[in-house]
Design a protein around this ligand. Structure first.
Ligand SMILES: Nc1nc2c(ncn2[C@@H]2O[C@H](COP(=O)(O)OP(=O)(O)OP(=O)(O)O)[C@@H](O)[C@H]2O)c(=O)[nH]1
Ligand SMILES: [Mg+2]
Length: 691
């Protein structure tokens, strides 16, 4: 018999290592991190095994398959579909009892499943010992111990999957007995379902009816099984709406007399079974490590202490970034200068016309070189530190602490998490809003995410801060973060009290245990996936933008700066910035940074007409430092940090909302907020005596 390809799906609770296993199997790079809810849509990949292709789908994590949230619907629909040959249920070995609840629900839907008992390394460390064979016997499917992050156990997992797919391994999933009353109702409903042409998973469907599952009940009510599970029907069967109603009625009637309620009893029985299995297969030998998370959390999520600690952690991250970036940035700038000098010399020696030399050297090389020199070092350091904090589990704690403030402005706490993700990249922030179930809360999170300072701005902002404020750069950057968060609160408050008037939604954010980060992997990942991606984008935009800006500064050729296109634009823009004492040069530079904020430094150089007289970026900026007052510098920096999302974020917003209205709003909201905040900053500065 020729062996066909295999489709597998990774299902399981949130934050148990599904994506880590997916990455280990496929060599792909799904986002992993230590907080629940990272994977929001299904991701697909594949690998080869002895000439067969194994397709893998990484599903979002869910605690249940009740189809209450979008993730549950995605996961359940996929398991229900005929696509997967085998479901790999990824289970957290340190938290077996809660995880088995979902396992039991999966085994109710399919008999072709394999359990990946993941995080066994952590279980061992915390003194949890699981008898794998006994667990496999109790569940009736193969159980394979794995360590997602190191790839340990993957071969065994694949072998088990293949044998279940090929039906070489017999599976006999545990069948939960729901008690006499419910079982009798199930038999009645199953018989009725079979009569109308449902031929598979009749037991599951009957239980769902008794559980009052919203998706299923709605399909029956509307008389169209196609709305929930067309694949369960016998081929050719097309039950009429009239035949579905009596089944729903019967299920209500059967449920009515039950005490306790069928819904409650079904859930209770699942817990009892999970508890029973855990007691028979697991032993705990508590170790010092066991409650370390609790001990740390007593301080880190403390009502008062959490704030100074969080602030200190943030300050430390910035301090390390600023200090660490100094030297490599200098080196890179010297390298750019050297490259500029050598290429100019060479082009002149071969007699290239002035505009070729100008465009290639002063435009392209210097513009792009400056962007790289300015952004690369701080970005590498910041991304690495951020990913380490994410892997250890600090990010959700920060979100948890910010939750109290978030409630004051009428939002739900999950927005804190998406806000944290926006610090890395606004696009990631916008995508991660999918963890927010409530549509209105989600839109607020999307519209405010561009106000969070992302890494691109951060890299360029740090350089501006260092040059303009020298020894006070750290305080200035912390102030920028404060203003950024403040503007998120302000915009959220206003949105929640105007367009989205509503009650704040509930907040269920589980705090994951602290984990030792996978040092090398984190560093490698932040270099390759984050720094690499952002830098590529910066260069892609910086290169043509530098060329265009250079050309505008040199048309007409040899004209005095005021008469060039840039010069005229500066003149034209001057009145716009007047209320905040921002010069025409600054406003024009901001205009140039619309496609990507990263190019602010070369843009400023161009608008100040410094290109002809000065050679390198540091000198250019030093000139600015001496001509801007501290208040102007601070006001400029504030507006620059907040005023607009980058084009990619706008694109992501469009893709997420599919609405022109919300996409336009995602530009208007940050822009208006930026003007308000900048005005407050400017007047506060004046009031404090700055000029
Ligand atoms: N020590 C250890 N850590 C693991 C293991 N598997 C995953 N992790 C870590 O656990 C965290 C969660 O892993 P993910 O793969 O992102 O989890 P997920 O199940 O895809 O999470 P969601 O997509 O949010 O549902 C990450 O910090 C991983 O590095 C493991 O076997 N051992
Ligand atoms: Mg995941």
């Amino acid at each position: 018999m020729e062996k066909h390809d295999i489709n597998i799906a990774l299902a399981g609770n949130p934050n148990v290592g599904k994506s880590a296993i997916f990455n280990s199997l496929t060599g792909m790079r799904q986002h992993t991190g230590n907080w629940p809810g990272k994977t929001v849509a299904r991701a697909e990949g594949e690998f080869e095994l002895l000439g067969r292709t194994i397709h893998v789908v990484d599903l979002p994590g869910t605690y249940s398959l009740a189809a209450q949230s979008p993730e549950e619907v995605i996961a359940r629909d996929y398991i229900l579909s005929d696509e997967p040959d085998v479901i790999v249920d990824v289970v957290d070995a340190t938290n077996l009892e809660r995880n088995l609840n979902l396992t039991i629900q999966i085994l109710e839907m399919t008999d072709r499943a394999v359990v990946a008992l993941n995080l066994v390394d952590e279980a061992t460390k915390t003194g949890v010992e699981i008898d794998v064979d006994a667990l496999s016997k109790a569940l009736g499917v193969p159980v394979v111990p794995t360590v997602g992050v190191s790839g340990k156990g993957m071969e065994d997992l694949v072998r088990a999957v293949a044998s279940v797919a090929d039906r070489r391994a017999e599976t006999d999933p545990v069948r939960l007995d729901y008690g006499r009353v419910i079982e009798r109702a199930v038999v009645i409903l199953e018989r009725m379902l079979k009569n109308i042409g449902v031929e598979r998973r009749t037991r599951w469907l009957a239980i769902k009816l008794l559980e009052d599952d919203p998706q299923i009940v709605e399909a029956f009510r509307q008389g169209d099984l196609g709305l929930c599970c067309p694949q369960l029907l016998r081929s050719g069967a097309d039950p009429s709406p009239d035949s579905l109603c009596p089944i729903l009625d019967t299920s209500y009637r059967l449920g009515e007399g039950m005490d306790p309620d069928a819904k409650v009893e079904i859930v209770r029985r699942r817990y009892i079974l999970a508890d029973k299995i855990v007691h028979s297969v697991q032993r705990r030998h508590p170790k010092a490590w066991s409650n370390i998370t609790e001990k740390i959390d007593r301080v880190l999520t403390h009502k008062i202490w959490s704030w100074p600690i969080m602030l200190a952690m943030l300050a430390a991250v910035f301090w390390i970034t600023i200090q660490g970036a100094n030297y490599p940035s200098d080196l890179l700038e010297e390298a750019t200068d050297w490259l500029v000098m050598v290429s100019r010399g060479w082009l002149q020696s071969i007699g290239a016309p002035w505009w070729v030399t100008g465009a290639l050297v002063d435009g392209l090389t210097m513009g792009t070189g400056t962007v790289i020199a300015v952004m690369l070092p701080p970005m590498i350091i910041f991304f690495t530190l951020f990913s380490l904090m994410e892997d250890m589990g600090f990010i959700p704690r920060m979100a948890f602490n910010m939750d109290r403030v978030m409630r004051l402005v009428g939002s739900q706490g999950k927005q804190c998490l998406t806000c944290m993700m926006s610090f890395g990249c606004n696009v990631t922030g916008v995508l991660s809003t999918r963890i927010i179930d409530n549509e209105k809360d989600r839109l607020v999170a999307i519209l405010t995410s561009p106000l969070v300072i992302c890494n691109g701005r951060f890299g360029a902002g740090i350089v501006l801060a260092i040059l303009l404020f020298k020894d006070n750069a750290l305080q200035v950057m912390l102030a920028m973060v404060g203003l950024s968060l403040g503007s998120v609160f302000l915009a959220t408050f206003v949105l929640n009290h105007t367009i989205f008037r509503k009650e704040p939604g509930g907040f269920v954010l589980e705090l994951p245990p602290y984990r030792e980060p996978q040092w090398l992997q984190v560093i490698w990942r932040s270099l390759r996936d984050q720094t690499g991606r952002v830098m590529l984008r910066a260069i892609e935009i910086a290169a043509p933008a530098s060329l265009i800006i250079w050309a505008m500064g040199n048309i007409p050729h040899n004209a005095p700066f005021d008469e060039t296109l840039v010069g005229r634009l500066v003149h034209l823009m001057a009145p716009l910035g007047a209320p905040w004492h921002l010069s025409g040069e600054m406003i024009t530079a901001l205009l140039f940074t619309l496609p990507a904020k990263e190019i602010v430094v070369p843009s400023l150089a161009m608008t100040y007409g410094l290109q002809h007289t000065l050679g390198n970026a540091t000198q250019l900026l030093a000139t600015l430092a001496s001509s801007w007052t501290p208040l102007t510098a601070f006001t400029f920096l504030t507006f620059y940090m907040l005023y607009m999302p980058c084009l990619v974020t706008v694109w992501a917003t469009w893709k997420e909302t599919r609405s022109i209205r919300w996409t336009v709003m995602s530009i208007l909201v940050p822009f208006t907020t930026a003007i308000v905040i900048t005005t407050i900053v400017f007047w506060a500065g004046r009031a404090m005596g700055f000029s």
